[in-house]
Design a protein around this ligand. Structure first.
Ligand SMILES: *[C@@H]1O[C@H](CO)[C@@H](O)[C@H](O)[C@H]1NC(C)=O
Ligand SMILES: *[C@@H]1O[C@H](CO)[C@@H](O)[C@H](O)[C@H]1NC(C)=O
Ligand SMILES: *[C@@H]1O[C@H](CO)[C@@H](O)[C@H](O)[C@H]1NC(C)=O
Ligand SMILES: *[C@@H]1O[C@H](CO)[C@@H](O)[C@H](O)[C@H]1NC(C)=O
Length: 358
């Protein structure tokens, strides 16, 4: 196990970084400075995205760059409420990914310090990013099209900040959120099957596939880690969404968690810190999930409380399940169904903190 990436730690390390206003694709709209001194990414793009008509010359241009069109098979007029939530979360996450890859692209092409890539690989990297950006645009448009066909509003984009100042940190984060997305789709596909919306299972696999294809070579795990809708929503909300910048995210019916814990790891111990709201530490558990394995549940040890700040450790056994790749950690209630990601989701109280073990 070398090189553990911890989102929360990366985030805090970058507080105070001041950003050049280069993230905006539409030069006539405003960039918004946020508390950290960064500049928020705002839609629409110069081509009007996400407000692109189907069909239109703009959409054709996106399709040519993405090497494919939006699926032209008929869309369902009805969708179970849980599946509406899934497609809303897909649109929510895909809009963020469009913003993220454009920001990365612009940082490279505008020679932002920390984003220089070796000359010989730059053209192929930019061409990968161009394809990625337009493919993510189509994914977002397809999720909103599914919602519209079932008479639900499109999810509108938020404003975003990306807490990075160099190419490698940005790529590491892309790996993490791709893992979160792929893990979440596993759950959504199950929900589609359970609710009689199985017609969209293939579509969802076809969206998860491109995300996985570009994520790692070789694959980071034989069985990619599971996630859930509320976990993905919490991760995006904590790490990249400018607070209160989402026009209609309140339409997405997921429980929100308003805590952003810190986590770190040695080969034998996981250290966790969170802001408590009066819960008794003896009534809490730390649960972590990796790959397709049964979640691991631990009592909090070495608990230290200062005001609302609680820190503790739990034993971390890397070798039992050869733990690698994305691992999500939550503080949960003491009682719950810890046999599956959905059970842990229901019991989770503070999180998510994400470890990327490699
Ligand atoms: C830019 O921001 C200013 C101040 O908030 C606002 O008055 C103006 O309308 C904004 N312009 C655009 C193009 O969004
Ligand atoms: C750029 O953004 C502004 C303000 O949000 C919007 O009015 C305008 O239509 C956008 N331009 C293009 C070409 O998308
Ligand atoms: C692009 O650079 C700015 C300025 O350093 C930074 O705030 C932003 O996070 C970078 N974007 C990505 C995706 O790394
Ligand atoms: C997480 O770490 C940051 C930076 O060290 C610190 O400001 C923040 O208070 C920590 N959060 C918790 C819950 O301990």
């Amino acid at each position: 196990m070398q090189g553990i990436i911890v989102c929360s730690a990366l985030l805090s390390a970058l507080t105070g970084v001041s950003a050049a206003p280069l993230q905006e694709a539409n030069t006539s709209s405003n960039d918004t400075a946020v508390a950290s001194g960064q500049v928020a990414f705002k839609f629409p793009l110069a081509n009007g995205f996400p407000n692109i008509k189907v069909p239109s010359p703009e959409l054709r241009t996106v399709g040519e760059a993405a090497v494919g069109i939006l699926p032209n098979t008929p869309l369902a007029k009805h969708l179970a409420p849980a599946d509406v939530t899934s497609f809303q979360l897909i649109a929510f996450a895909e809009l963020f990914q469009v913003a993220y890859y454009i920001s990365l692209y612009n940082n490279i092409t505008h020679s932002v310090p920390g984003y220089a890539v070796p000359g010989p690989i730059e053209p192929s990297l930019l061409s990968v990013l161009e394809k990625t950006i337009t493919q993510e645009e189509l994914h977002a448009l397809s999720a909103n099209a599914v919602l519209n066909a079932a008479i639900h509003d499109s999810v509108q984009p938020c404003q975003y900040v990306f807490p990075f100042d160099n190419f490698f940190a940005a790529i590491n984060f892309a790996t993490i959120f791709s893992d979160v997305v792929i893990g979440t789709y596993q759950n959504f596909q199950t929900t589609l099957a359970l609710n009689g919306d199985s017609g969209y299972i293939a579509l969802m696999a076809s969206i998860a596939g491109p995300t996985a294809e570009r994520n790692a070579n070789p694959a980071e795990l034989p069985f990619l880690s599971i996630s859930s809708g509320p976990w993905a929503y919490a991760a995006l909300t904590h790490h990249v969404i400018v607070k209160d910048s989402c026009p209609n995210a309140d339409a997405i019916k997921v429980p929100s968690s308003n805590s952003s814990p810190n986590v770190s790891l040695t080969t034998t111990e996981l250290a966790f810190a969170f802001v408590n709201n009066g819960k008794k530490p003896t009534d809490l558990r730390l649960v972590y999930t990796n790959a397709q394995n049964v979640p691991i549940v631990r009592k909090l040890e070495n608990v230290k409380t200062i005001g609302n700040f609680v820190s503790f450790t739990v034993p971390f056994s890397y070798s039992d399940t050869i733990m690698s790749g994305m691992t999500m950690c939550w503080v949960t209630s003491k009682n719950g169904d810890f046999s599956s990601a959905n059970g842990v989701t229901a019991a989770s109280l503070f999180g998510t903190a994400i470890l990327n073990i490699n």
